[in-house]
Design a protein around this ligand. Structure first.
Ligand code: PMP
Length: 309
């Protein structure tokens, strides 16, 4: 089927409906205060196997349930219900290409920002290729905005309202001629991008901030640590990163379900090494795509086949 974004089908509260019928109450706390928790999930089309693979669905649903718990929302949906909804709506759209899915549990009804229910869910799949596909890498600035912290709005919770912080950094970066931003946390250490995690390479060691550095517990981050160690024999380290280390890194990349792996070639106007994507980054990227597309048998248990033949 030709993918048609305007006519796509959405899963909303147990029903699959055309997008223009997928509407919610304007007075709901999700609409008014951003009280919704969500996941950005990718599914990859494997032409040879004639199959669409959902990547690490279980990890996404575990994190979504953790977000529900930390937000003290009613725990309405089981992991199997969430997964079934995703499979059903992709099948309904008959997508046979790479798809990005937004799966959101939101605070519905007429309550306020402190209500815990009623809770509902939507699942919206969109055909999607690579981010920043047209260039070898991106230019970033270190943001003047500080990353939110566990003491105010925890970055561990994937809640809509947290993205106000991301928005400030991203818009400032674009305004100043950069492609994106890198946040420092309230300790002045490097945290993450507005919608991605960060890795640097120094002397062939892959370094990323710890999970306590005001970052989302990223699924791509842990995937990359695993494949770098097990497949590419690259030493990895989770430790604080200083801003000036970005200026003298051999390689830098941002990663996430949506971003996948994107080289950062310049930070604050300073070239990262010689300003071209690094060897380690390229190898990690190549292996990542093999894994997510189901081309590495060893990691097939990270994938959920959407179509049963
Ligand atoms: N940090 C933030 C703030 C994000 O929004 C994302 C994207 N979900 C990530 C990191 C990367 O997380 P993941 O690899 O689980 O997509």
């Amino acid at each position: 089927m030709e993918s048609n974004i305007e006519n796509r089908l959405i899963w909303l509260n147990g029903k699959i409906v055309p997008i223009n019928e997928a509407t919610i109450n304007v007075l709901s706390p999700t609409s008014q205060f951003g009280v919704n928790v969500f996941e950005g999930i990718r599914c990859y089309w494997n032409k040879k196997n004639n199959q669409l693979y959902g990547f690490k669905l279980n990890d996404h649903y575990k994190r979504l349930k953790n977000s529900v718990k930390m937000m003290r929302l009613d725990d309405k949906y089981s992991i199997s219900e969430m997964e079934k909804g995703l499979i059903d709506v992709i099948k309904a759209n008959d997508y046979k290409e790479d798809v990005a899915i937004r799966q959101t549990i939101f605070l519905d009804g007429f309550g306020s920002w402190s209500s815990t229910g009623p809770v509902n869910m939507f699942i919206s799949p969109t055909p999607k290729g690579r981010a920043y596909d047209s260039k070898p890498g991106i230019k970033c600035c270190v943001s003047s905005w500080e990353r939110i912290s566990d003491k105010n709005m925890s970055p561990r919770i994937k809640v809509g309202a947290n993205y106000v912080n991301s928005r400030m950094a991203q818009l400032e970066a674009l305004e100043n001629g950069y492609d994106s931003a890198i946040f420092m946390n309230n300790q002045g250490k490097i945290a993450e991008g507005p919608g991605s995690c960060i890795f640097i390479v120094r002397d062939n060691t892959l370094i990323t901030p710890p999970l306590t550095a005001s970052v989302l517990e990223s699924i791509t981050r842990s995937t990359i640590i695993k494949i770098a160690e097990k497949e590419l024999n690259i030493k990895t380290m989770e430790r604080d990163i200083d801003r000036t280390e970005l200026y003298i890194s051999d390689e830098i990349f941002l990663c996430g379900s949506a971003m996948e792996v994107v080289s950062v070639l310049n930070v604050d106007g300073i070239c990262v090494d010689n300003g071209i994507p690094g060897r380690n980054t390229e190898e990690i990227k190549e292996t990542y795509f093999k894994v997510v597309r189901g081309e590495m048998e060893k990691y097939i248990n990270w994938l959920t086949p959407i179509y049963q033949y």
